[in-house]
Ligand binder design. Structure first.
Ligand code: ADP
Ligand code: GLC
Length: 466
């Protein structure tokens, strides 16, 4: 079985969020099940400089294809070198001011087109996949290009977040090289725009998303972001497969970013990490203060306005808060202000910091993730693995991975009040060492590895091939 896994980010080469973690770990899990898998990514500078053993494999008129291997897992990666599209530093989607790159349609249309070319009978690399596994809107046009070029390979599109759709003005249809016949309601057209995501949902052979609950939610008008009609029409082709986590990358027993190590049977090291975190962030050195952690993109999705609204209340209960994130400037400012107002109790670090993310995951007592919607969410799983039970809202993958009062604390209604009550419940549990110890231990003993989910993908691929 040959799989081409197409993605716009992959950890540890380039990452903005959970998609990178999945793209780093799932192909490796597939490879360990004996699958012949290659990953296709844009050749951003970070990708080209971090891949091992890179060599040019073919010159195309509109790109250079290089092949290398992942520095950690040895999974083969094909990188598309294209000077105008991909040779820029920084965020793969945004310029320095936080706006989308104006040529994103051309850039990711190109990624999709190259994927389809590799899936054609004249594959330029002499290797043709049975399945092209696309991820999010950035590779959403690949199934459309495959359809129009008569590719024999099958396509799967995984939705990591239906709120990001890649919708562009219609003149891009021809500029990207799609036939105008694709631009209809039964195709890539979406409210007068060319939609990369809709094209993928329409033309792919199967659709997956990253948790069973989110697979149901996106078929409703409340959460389908306009795609619910198409998704419920295709409901037999929609599958929810919960993401796993990389248990080596996220292991409190060996994590190189931590000053101290621990596991479920030897928890003492966790206190050492908490003390170091409090010192690093300028929080009061207080072992007994329940320390809440947040590591997140700071966007409306993540419900952090609810945290901000009730922060004073839980600080008054003696709790501390450590926030790491970046995103909407309004949220960044709000958390910086909060930190200024509550010195020693609240700390805000704005930016992207892999080491600090691991330290907050391990050094906090409780992790906060009150998302309005959450396709899967990885941080709540990292939290459980690190003995840092999460407070989550009952939605998407949070509902599928956390059990209230067993591995974390859950609430349903999106309000600061409901969150505050749940945070208070978590603080009460924290102060009762036996109860909190039970919840920590339950979480640390969960198996969130990729093996089962990778097997579900293999079953899906096999069903498409037969
Ligand atoms: P999403 O993909 O919606 O952002 P996930 O929970 O699936 O949410 O994954 C987020 C990933 O990004 C996690 O690995 C998390 O640790 C990481 N992350 C998010 N923000 C930051 C940050 N500011 N610094 C470091 N890592 C971050
Ligand atoms: C998206 C989602 C997140 C999910 C991640 C990986 O970024 O917002 O919930 O965990 O993709 O699938």
């Amino acid at each position: 079985m040959r799989i081409l896994f197409v993605t716009s980010e992959i950890y540890p080469l380039i990452k903005t969020g959970g998609l990178a973690d999945v793209s780093g770990a799932l192909p490796a899990a597939l490879a360990s099940l004996g699958i012949d898998v290659k990953v296709l990514v844009p050749g951003y500078p970070a990708v080209l400089s971090r891949l091992d053993d890179v060599k040019v494999i073919t010159h195309l008129p509109d790109a250079l294809l290089l092949e290398g291997s992942m520095p950690n897992t040895r999974v083969p990666v094909i990188a598309i070198e294209h000077h105008d599209y991909f040779s820029r530093e920084g965020n793969p989607y945004l310029d320095k001011s936080g706006c989308d790159w104006p040529d994103n349609a051309a850039r990711f249309g190109h990624l999709s087109k190259i994927a389809a070319r590799i899936a054609s009978k004249d594959s330029p690399i002499g290797w043709m996949p049975d399945i092209v596994h696309c991820n999010d809107w950035q590779s959403g046009l690949a199934p459309a290009f495959m359809h129009f070029s008569g590719s024999k390979a099958k396509s799967v599109l995984t939705i990591h977040n239906i709120a990001f759709q890649g919708n562009f003005p219609p003149d891009w249809v021809e500029r990207i090289g799609l036939p105008m016949s694709a631009y209809t309601m039964h195709g890539a057209e979406f409210h007068g725009h060319l939609s990369f995501l809709k094209a993928g949902l329409f033309y792919s052979n199967a659709i997956t998303t990253v948790s069973p609950t989110y697979a149901m939610e996106i078929q409703t008008p409340e959460m389908g972001c306009g795609m619910e009609g198409l998704l419920s029409h295709r409901k037999h082709d929609v599958h929810g497969i919960l993401n796993g986590i990389d248990p080596e990358e996220w292991n409190p027993g060996t994590d190189p970013y931590l000053p101290d190590h621990y596991d479920a049977s030897r928890l003492e090291g966790k206190l050492g990490v908490k003390r170091a975190l409090q010192a690093r962030l300028g929080l009061e050195q207080n072992d007994g203060a329940p320390l809440f952690g947040i590591v997140s993109r700071l966007t409306y999705q993540k419900g952090l306005d609810l945290v901000h609204a009730c922060a004073q209340g839980f600080v008054d209960q003696g709790a501390q808060l450590a926030v790491l994130g970046s995103g909407d400037h309004e949220f960044e400012r709000a958390f910086l202000d909060l930190a200024k107002r509550c010195p020693g109790q609240c700390a805000a670090s704005i930016g992207y910091d892999e080491a600090l993310a691991h330290q907050i995951m391990a050094g906090s007592d409780i992790f906060l993730m009150p998302s309005r919607f959450e396709p899967c969410g990885l941080n709540q799983m990292y939290g459980m693995r690190y003995g840092t039970p999460p407070v989550v809202r009952k939605t998407g993958g949070l509902a599928d991975s956390v059990t209230d009062n067993e591995t974390g604390f859950m609430f349903e209604h999106t309000s600061a009040d409901a969150l505050y009550r749940t945070i208070s419940r978590a603080i009460a549990s924290y102060r009762d060492k036996t109860d909190f110890g039970r919840i920590m231990k339950n979480g640390m003993e969960q198996d969130f590895g990729w093996t089962n989910s990778a097997k579900s993908y293999v079953e899906l691929y096999a069903s498409l091939m037969s």
